[in-house]
Design a binder for this molecule. Structure first.
Ligand code: ARG
Length: 264
């Protein structure tokens, strides 16, 4: 072989090696890791509605709370950067379904109906529905609320909305995009009661004078993250992360920070 041929062959070898290596490093990171894909590579895009303390709320510009911290811990385990988007609660499931967000994480109750549209992860927390009324109200329980004829304030698309629509009918429902706005309507006498999950209910009552909480007879609800039905690999990876975070006490510790157990 003359020198020129050797040179050409080795150049070609180097070039193809470089090509293979470039090809390697360009392979989608997620596929190499857990076999899942995300809406934006390298990110876990989470949709929430950040007016739901202590699960998600603003501290200055930042969204904090139980869900934000648990999702951050899950994202860390998956090697992804967490991006939180604050949207209307009733657009979370459709957004996850249509591939806008990887997960919905919003104190979201697992229901049979929602399971038709999305997959739910292992539950990581629980909640119950509560009735908020003004102190001294004649409404002392759910039956009294039903009989009162009063308007009922809820957050649009929540389980409180679904249950109360069944109980009192469409005409008596007053729906708000934010839980706080329903509470404001109660303070202004526009509605006679607000039905919402018990932890945000406690936060709203603590922040406003003259309100009190009644418990509904509705049973305990499980909170879980929702994931697109076609992304089983992401669901599995998140479930694995949640199992580890439950086993090592991380999730309990996060919940305890926001809901000290004497209060729960
Ligand atoms: N648990 C209720 C539901 O799933 C209410 C959730 C509202 N969440 C929120 N981030 N605003 O319907």
């Amino acid at each position: 072989m003359n020198k020129n041929i050797i040179k050409t062959v080795s150049l070609a070898l180097i070039a193809s090696l470089g090509f293979i290596m470039a090809g390697c490093s360009e392979a989608p990171e997620q596929a190499a890791e857990g076999g899942f894909t995300t809406v934006t590579p390298g990110k876990l895009t989470m949709a929430t509605n950040a007016f739901f303390p202590p699960y998600e709320y603003y501290e200055g510009e930042e969204i904090v709370g139980i869900d934000a911290e648990i999702a951050q811990a899950v994202a860390d385990k998956l090697g992804l950067e967490l991006e939180i988007q604050d949207v209307e609660f009733d657009s979370i499931i459709t957004g996850v379904q249509s591939g806008m967000y990887d997960i919905g994480c919003a104190g979201m109750t697992v229901t049979e109906e929602r399971m038709q549209s999305v997959n739910f992860t292992t539950p990581y927390a629980t909640g119950i529905q509560s009735i908020i009324v003004v102190e001294g109200s004649d409404i002392t329980d759910l039956d009294a609320l039903i009989e009162s004829g009063c308007m009922v304030g809820v957050q649009t698309g929540t389980t409180g909305d679904l249950y109360m629509t069944d109980e009192v009918g469409e005409d008596r429902m007053d729906r708000y995009n934010k839980g706080n706005d329903a509470v404001l309507a109660l303070l202004n006498g526009v509605v006679g009661a607000v039905v919402i999950d018990n932890q945000p209910a406690q936060a709203f009552v603590a922040a406003n004078e003259g309100l009190t909480i009644l418990e509904t007879p509705y049973t305990v609800e499980d909170y879980a993250m929702c994931v697109n039905k076609n992304n089983e690999a992401l669901l599995d990876a998140i479930n694995e992360a949640i199992a580890e975070l439950q086993a090592d006490g991380t999730i309990d510790a996060i919940i305890e920070t926001y809901i000290p157990s004497e209060e729960a």
